[in-house]
Every structure is written in structure tokens, then in C-alpha cells.
Design a protein around this ligand. Sequence first.
Ligand code: A5P
Length: 229
Amino acid sequence: MDQTAAKRLAAQAALKYLPQRGIVGLGSGSTARFFIEGVGALVRAGRQLRGVHTSEESRQYALTCNIELLDEAGPWEIDICVDGADEVSADLDLIKGGGGCHTREKIVNRAARTNVIIVDESKLRQRLAEHFPVPVEVLRFAHRATEKCLCRLGEPQLRVQDGQPYLTDSLNLIYDLHTGGIDQPAELERQLLAVPGVVETGLFVGRADRVIVAGDGGVRELTRDRRGD
Ligand code: A5P
């Protein structure tokens, strides 16, 4: 099965966890896009679901799919949030932010009663950040000073797109922090958040209640209690 088909399969498998009526956190990225499409189909079929978007991209796609969105100022009572991830560890900790949306994603994740992560099996790792850097959103003000502090925790690389510094939906910068593997993600997250100028990190520690993984063997589910299925 190719990666796109696996992403679609994982997204479809998450739809069974949606309530008949309620508020759904709508993740960002290519896997979450398949999920949003599925929510749109349920809404068209009469399901009373409203959404909270996690990025401009997911806002626009949700509207295209005719999903009513709550005011982005919040606060919200989100029944379930479904989102993708860049890496999932054996402990079900995550790296997110490959698409630069992790700050809003983390806010919506926090506001949700249940968080379901949907991935293709290429995202599974024994430990985080051996292959993928940790995205760190930072203020533009004094970002070179912030970068200097980040150097104590790894090798930060300013994210660039089309030759220009990449800007998030909140008009901040991203430093991708190369660490060569993380043994204690909660500790690294604490250290990163202590750096002035850091807005949010792409480490999601203990924030996934269920991970739906799709690949050649079909779909399986990992939960924090039972890592098996
Ligand atoms: C967006 O910033 C990310 O957190 C995405 O959820 C993550 O990058 C996964 O993206 P894909 O579903 O496109 O692989």
C-alpha cells in the first residue's frame, strides 16, 4: 500500500470515534485532510458535527467541506480531536509541526477530551527525533538570540521556504532542532519552553489517547494503556 492510501485508511478509521453530534478538533496536514473530508461527508449525511480548526489550511478545507466552525477565539468543549503526526514513539509521544502548525494543534489538543492520532506506519519510531527534527516556533523578535539558546539543546536550523524564512499562521518563525534522538521528551520540552522567545514546541508528550496506524497489514490501533491494538 502506498503512503497516501495508508493515510486515507487511517483517517477513515478515525471516523467511527465521532459522536452523533458534537465538536471535533480538525487536525492539519495531508492525513488530517482525509479526515476532514470524511467529517464533511458525515455532515452532509445529517450528522450534527461542528469543528475547531488547527490551522489556516484546515480552516479553509473544512469550510470547503461545508463543516461549520466555532469561533477561533474559543473557549471550546471539544469532544474529540483527530490529527496527524510526523513521528510516534513506542510510548505514544509525538513530534508534530512538519507543516508548521503545531502551536495551534497543541492548543486544540489540550482542549479536547480525547485525542486520536492518525498515521501511516512509516511514522512509527522506537524513540523520537532520530530522523526528524523537533519544530520549535519562535518569535521573530531577537530570534537569533533565541537560536543561540537553542544551540545548548541541539542544532537549530531556521526553516526556509522559497528562499525566505518560513512564517507560521501566527507570523512567527520555526527553528527545526536536530537532536539526534530524544530519551526524555518531557524534559526537553520543559527546557525548550524555558527559553525566552520560544512560543511552542512540536513535542506532544502524553497527548495521544489513541494512535491509528495504517499500512500493508491493514489498520491497527495503539492506546496508552495497551500498546498492542
Ligand atoms: C502539521 O504541522 C503537522 O503537525 C502534521 O500533523 C504532521 O506534519 C503530519 O503531516 P502529514 O499528515 O502530512 O504527514
